[in-house]
Design a protein around this ligand. Sequence first.
Ligand SMILES: Cc1cc2nc3c(=O)[nH]c(=O)nc-3n(C[C@H](O)[C@H](O)[C@H](O)COP(=O)(O)OP(=O)(O)OC[C@H]3O[C@@H](n4cnc5c(N)ncnc54)[C@H](O)[C@@H]3O)c2cc1C
Length: 509
Amino acid sequence: MASLGSVREWHDETDVLVCGFGLSGAATAIEAHDSDPAADVLLIEKMPERHAGGNARVSGQSLLISKDVEALKDYQRTMSATNPIPEPMLDAWARRMVELEPYIEARAKEAGAQYIHGSGWSAREAVLEYPELGAVAAVAHSATILPAPSGVWLAFKANVEKRKRIRRQFETALVDLIQDPDTLEVFGAVVAVNGVRRNIKARRGVVLCTGGFENNLDMQRDYFGLSEAYPLGSPGNTGEGIKILQKAGADMWHLRNRGQSGGIWPGFRYPGHPTVFLRQMFWQSFSWIDVGADSRRFIDETHEWQITHYKQKVQGEWIDTPHHRVMPMHMIFDENTRMYNPLVISVMTWNTVVEQYPWSEDNSVELEKGWITQADSIEALARKIGREPAVLQETVRRYNDACASGTDAEFGRNPATLQPIAKPPFYAIEIVPAIVCTGGGARRTIESEVLDHSGSPIARLYEAGELGSIFSNLYQNGSYLTEAMISGRAAGRNAASLSAWDAVRHSAA
Ligand SMILES: Cc1cc2nc3c(=O)[nH]c(=O)nc-3n(C[C@H](O)[C@H](O)[C@H](O)COP(=O)(O)OP(=O)(O)OC[C@H]3O[C@@H](n4cnc5c(N)ncnc54)[C@H](O)[C@@H]3O)c2cc1C
């Protein structure tokens, strides 16, 4: 926290300072602008313009649309049972969710883009993550804005750019808040531009929309207990919003839950790429298995784990699948799988959407790069990847026997996906745990006010989106992007409605 007394000079002034140009930052800036035509809005983003957009830009763009307040409340209440959302907040969130669709359609229309039902890249009209917890009644359908990839983000970006009173400044990182040390009231922020600290006066309020801490391994370890986890999304999401809010005197919530809301997915990690690739979900052939540290299988690999965000039901509880507990992991496959399945999905993730890495259809380029290990026998493959040959051979033999009998007694894999690893050469690719979202941050109200340790709002301080998300533990597909809209709208509207603090102070003096 920096005090007003430490400010020698204001390098810039605005009415509403919005920090982070992902979806919640865009929604905040649009709403602040539209709710007060006289307000000056400054939107800062720490990444260069070509790398703005956060996780929103590289996400699956799936939006949850609900038509039933009570059903949505029941569903979310059950998913959040291990860390309950305050009931008035849950109620208000559900009401805003049910009213959200026309707002999304308006953003698409303004951008000249098409709003559709479904995801735009899979045949499903809706993903129902937990039917037994109430998904069927709560979820009307999924929706998105075209084109894929990035359609929702592109539409909101276009909405921001259309509004000329929203000033955008890139390569500008929020580093601290300027506050009254006694009351915690926020007067502005310290930002870093090319490493130089600058003070920005925020006359009405500051909104933190800086996303999660996916790309901060120390925080993953300290706050979530993961020993290794790598981001699928923006390398800019390094969690400093959380640290700044802690310094500002905010209370924290949702940093550690029973499971990681967005799940822990199988990813591939290579030098020169700060984020990871996401493994394919739509297979043309199934001659592959995953093995853990003991060179044995650990899961029904071809179950559609993506539908439950890599959660599995164990003793009646939905918990993260074991991928992060069985490292090092390898996917073992044969020539059929290599030839007919690009091993990564391209419609989302930073590497494929922003960096536009063109993963080859038959994986031959990545084989050439040495990202995939090849051998003529399983025994030789095991040696090349540092595994005990006899154990890996036994694992593949047992799996191939299951294919021959049509029954996977060990893990219950769908018989239609029991295809033997039989056609040489054989291949291995290392899998790492990959992260979609983190969620934790400052405790907030449905009006996006940041709360202090006594439960009171910190004056002029707001937070939106994944930073301090209301979700913990289980989460329904499409809820994060819609939450970014709802919380961003509230933050923008409320910050813009305030009187300028310097005017209030002068008139009081
Ligand atoms: C692969 C993937 C798929 C996903 N699919 C879906 C989906 O289909 N549906 C869904 O609802 N959700 C999905 N999500 C989650 C969703 O993308 C995020 O929860 C959402 O984007 C959060 O929005 P946000 O505005 O809070 O953060 P972000 O969109 O991540 O934006 C945060 C921004 O803040 C910037 N920033 C960080 N620190 C600073 C700083 N100090 N100063 C200034 N700027 C800073 C970052 O650079 C970034 O641009 C997915 C995520 C991933 C990674």
